[in-house]
Design a protein around this ligand. Structure first.
Ligand SMILES: Cc1cc2nc3c(=O)[nH]c(=O)nc-3n(C[C@H](O)[C@H](O)[C@H](O)COP(=O)(O)O)c2cc1C
Length: 365
């Protein structure tokens, strides 16, 4: 049984967010919230194959994040085939293909949500990836698939626990997508994906055109559940979930096998803390009125916030170096909300140059 089927339903995972859910944030989320699964930020297969070094950072992960999936995007079947080998070699638990990114520089090139307009290519990409996983499992070596020397070198330099020859196991393949391009298209688009038998489909309840505006359409996610019935593919719903109370309500109404939370986890890795309560409540068939208020909104003391934002800052700096610390500031601003004095802290945090400065601001230095 793969990890997807071992997780108690509903699966409650951390949604990938480029520039946010890096290895440092995922570690903090894993320690303080424990989502059922994590994914890397989406990573371009073409960039990896060109030898760009960004994937070393994108594909960094820690053991405590497991199960951890690598998420990839692109439009070149051969690159998917090669990168599938890299993902397997780096010991990821799963591989997820992004067919949902609406950003112009991605979708206009026919990648991400752009693939909704090109189902034939989407199928070709899934098949190329699956072939990559199968060939790697059968013993194919990275050296023999035409990867550039610098890519091989970078993969070797990464310190993850690489599976031994005996541990070569086919990792499950999943897809994350949206409900359509410029209108709801699930009746055409979702069966195309289901026919390829991905282990799971994560569906964000917005079209590409909606970007992140309006409200996620959970009725349409419910329709995806119907389409996937008896196919063996798990459906994860995604969009606008901010608390375990939201999770209970959406799962109960749609019957999804799981959910992903993205923006609700920004500055709030604790959002997953009561996931067991949500699972138990759903197993009992609890009505929404039964949700205790302390579960609908995880209360986190200022002391705990301070401790975790410092831990995050130090880990971030240790992993990426002081020169990248400006990328930590948005997290600091998100943490500094909802308590007395938060605004003053936030104003200073967004100029912090390193973790030591953050410690001084919170009076811990
Ligand atoms: C800043 C940002 C970056 C994102 N990057 C990715 C990504 O790399 N891969 C992906 O599949 N989705 C990405 N998403 C989409 C989220 O995973 C999620 O589908 C979306 O935000 C809706 O869920 P939410 O309402 O819980 O945030 C991103 C979203 C945001 C806000």
């Amino acid at each position: 049984m793969d990890f997807w089927h071992r997780i108690e339903k509903p699966i409650i995972g951390l949604s990938p967010m480029d520039g946010v859910t890096d290895a440092s944030f995922r570690l903090v989320a894993a320690r303080h919230g424990r989502p059922d699964l994590c994914m890397t930020e989406f990573t371009s297969v073409e960039a990896i194959c060109r030898g760009a070094d960004g994937f070393v950072r994108d594909f960094a992960y820690g053991e405590c994040e497991r199960p951890i999936l690598a998420q990839i995007y692109g439009r070149t079947p051969e690159a998917y085939y090669q990168v599938a080998h890299v993902v397997c070699e780096l010991g990821f638990d799963g591989l997820d293909i992004n067919m949902g990114c609406p950003a112009k520089n991605v979708a206009n090139k026919g990648c991400g949500a752009g693939l909704i307009l090109n189902p034939e290519l989407a199928v070709t990409l899934i098949r190329a990836t699956r072939r990559g996983i199968e060939d790697w499992t059968a013993g194919q070596r990275l050296e023999d698939i035409g990867l550039a020397a610098e890519v091989l070198e970078r993969v070797r330099s990464m310190s993850h626990g690489r599976p031994s020859e005996e541990e070569r196991r086919a990792i499950p393949l999943s897809v994350k997508t949206r409900v359509g391009y410029d209108r709801v298209q699930v009746d055409e688009w979702i069966p195309v994906l289901l026919a390829e038998r991905p282990v799971a489909l994560s569906v964000h309840g917005r079209t590409l055109k909606q970007m992140y505006k309006g409200q996620a359409d959970w009725d349409t996610i419910g329709r995806v559940v119907e389409l996937a019935r008896d196919t063996g593919t798990l459906v994860l719903g995604n969009g606008d979930l901010k608390s375990m109370a939201d999770v209970v309500e959406r799962v109960r109404r749609t019957g999804v096998d799981g959910v992903l939370l993205g923006r609700g986890a920004m500055g709030n890795p604790w959002v997953f803390r009561d996931k067991q309560w949500a699972k138990d409540a759903l197993a009992r068939g609890a009505e929404l009125g039964a949700v205790p208020p302390e579960v609908s909104r995880v209360e986190v003391s200022r002391e705990e916030r301070t401790r975790v934002l410092l831990e995050h800052s130090r880990h971030f700096e240790g992993l990426w170096g002081e020169h990248r610390f400006p990328a930590m500031r948005k997290h600091l601003a998100w943490y500094c909300k909802g308590f007395r004095g938060a605004a003053q802290w936030r104003a200073r945090m967004v100029r912090a140059r390193n973790a030591a400065e953050v410690a001084r601001i919170v009076g811990a230095a």
